[in-house]
Design a protein around this ligand. Structure first.
Ligand code: CS2
Length: 452
């Protein structure tokens, strides 16, 4: 493997650098690392992309250059451009950090740079587009419209097919993306473009996993201490990482197998396991934790009552997953260890955002399956009760633009029972009249509120 990452354990640092900002600036000249030709484009230049897909691509036998575009704000491109797309990845284990400079981003662009976007999408050397536009990003249609626009350019340039890989936490993210992009193609270029895309664009589903807290100013200082380079945009992540993808992704980038990506014919079981156990567990803590005074995931793991609720949710989720019990137990143990990592400061507020979009994906199927057996799911009911309390102003500030009138209905409901009916109706619409479930959610909300 080419030596493109310049890494070391931060405890191996010998010289003491000056205060943050006084070190050398990160850049390709300083590190003598030329930009690789662009073969992939990414939309959604956040910390997660840099901890995950960009890092995997840097580990391929022939690493690919990525042209990355920002999603909602241009801040990441503004911070990364002066350092030529280089950034420090601090992998934070329970005891120490490992620091490496990732060189995959050959170009970084403000997402509004339509000319650059069209140029890359029309380039026959580009064969892969990856997406991290968040769960909410699939509702607005903006990402799909941009992809359709790029595909129109590609088609007129005669540059051939393309693979578009969603890396967001959605069930069947490939199929969801395909439907959204084909609809946008129809709108932008009629049947000709939509038919062309249906035939020439592959949309593999992917399960992606790596806990990546939002970077802080303290992380910049830590990155500089570790490498002696001032970095305006470092990323902190955990040692664990996983990418399980459908085989069409390997056709687009065969080197990903050597980089550690697992390819399977059907990603659904891995996706559901991660969405229910890890993401569903996260959401439970994000809503039930703050009223009990917790700010981070790790702090929740030291609260015995809360971890009891988490285990109960995991029992319910595990029962619908169909994984062999030993495998599921191992997955739960690994997730517990990851959540408890004392050196990852993963804020519950970050996870709590966009609940109206996340919860149906993380909880609905589990609730349906448990109710189908005629049982009341207490773990799931606590998850919904926690969200109810959150929407009513308990815990961290609500950040959920898609919640709209729903939030208002929960906030102004005259009692927990009415609020519970709104919440259940949103997360599992086919159980909107499930009086027993609604009552159970309301009971848990009352208990969680009085215990807070
Ligand atoms: C989290 C995820 O913010 C959230 O909703 O559950 O971002 C989670 O940390 C990642 O999916 C881990 O791979």
């Amino acid at each position: 493997m080419a030596d493109r990452t310049l890494g070391r354990r931060s405890s191996e640092r010998h010289a003491s650098p000056g205060p943050a900002g006084e070190g050398h600036r990160l850049g390709r000249r300083a590190l003598a690392t030329p930009a690789a030709p662009v073969r992939a484009v990414h939309l959604g230049l956040g910390a997660f992309h840099r901890a995950h897909q960009a890092w995997y691509l840097s580990r391929m036998p022939e690493p690919w250059g990525v042209a990355a575009f920002t999603g909602r704000t241009a801040a990441a491109a503004a911070a990364l451009a002066p350092q030529d797309g280089l950034y420090t990845l601090l992998t934070r284990g329970a005891e120490h950090d490992d620091a490496e400079v990732v060189t995959t981003l050959s170009a970084v662009h403000d997402g509004t740079d339509q000319d650059a976007w069209r140029r890359y999408l029309a380039d026959p050397a580009v064969g892969l587009v990856t997406l991290t536009v968040t769960e909410a990003g699939y509702r607005t249609g903006t990402a799909a419209a941009r992809l359709a626009d790029g595909l129109r350019e590609r088609r007129s340039a005669g540059s051939g097919g393309l693979t578009i890989a969603s890396c967001d936490n959605l069930a069947g993210n490939g199929a969801v993306t395909r439907a959204a992009v084909l609809a946008a193609c129809l709108e932008a270029g009629g049947h000709d473009l939509a038919d062309w895309a249906a035939e020439h664009v592959a949309f593999p589903s992917s399960m992606v996993d790596r806990i990546t807290p939002r970077p802080t100013a303290a992380d910049q200082a830590a990155a500089e201490r570790a490498t002696d380079y001032a970095d305006a945009a470092p990323v902190v992540t955990e040692p664990f990482s996983e990418w399980v993808a459908e085989e069409a992704l390997r056709d687009a980038a065969p080197g990903l197998a050597a980089a550690g990506v697992t390819f399977v014919p059907d990603v659904t079981p891995y996706e559901r396991r991660k969405l229910f156990v890890l993401n569903g567990g996260h959401s439970l803590l994000a809503y039930a934790g703050p009223p009990r005074g917790h700010e981070t995931v790790a702090a929740c793991l030291a609260d015995g009552e809360l971890t009891g609720w988490l285990e109960q949710w995991w029992d319910e989720a595990g029962a619908v997953l169909g994984f062999p019990p030993a495998e599921l137990t191992a997955y739960r143990t690994a997730t517990r260890v990851r959540f408890a990592n004392p050196r990852i400061r993963h804020l519950l507020a970050q996870i709590a955002a966009d609940g109206s979009v996340k919860l149906p994906v993380r909880a609905a199927e589990v609730i349906r399956a448990v109710r189908g057996r005629g049982v009341l799911p207490d773990g799931a009911a606590r998850l919904l009760a926690g969200w109810l309390l959150h929407l009513r102003g308990q815990g961290v500030t609500v950040a959920d633009p898609a919640a709209g009138p729903l939030r208002e209905r929960v906030r102004t409901a005259r009692d927990p029972h009415h609020a519970a009916a709104v919440v259940v109706g949103h997360v599992v619409p086919d159980h909107a009249d499930d009086a027993e479930l609604i009552t159970r959610v309301a009971v848990h909300a009352r208990r969680m509120e009085s215990a807070a």
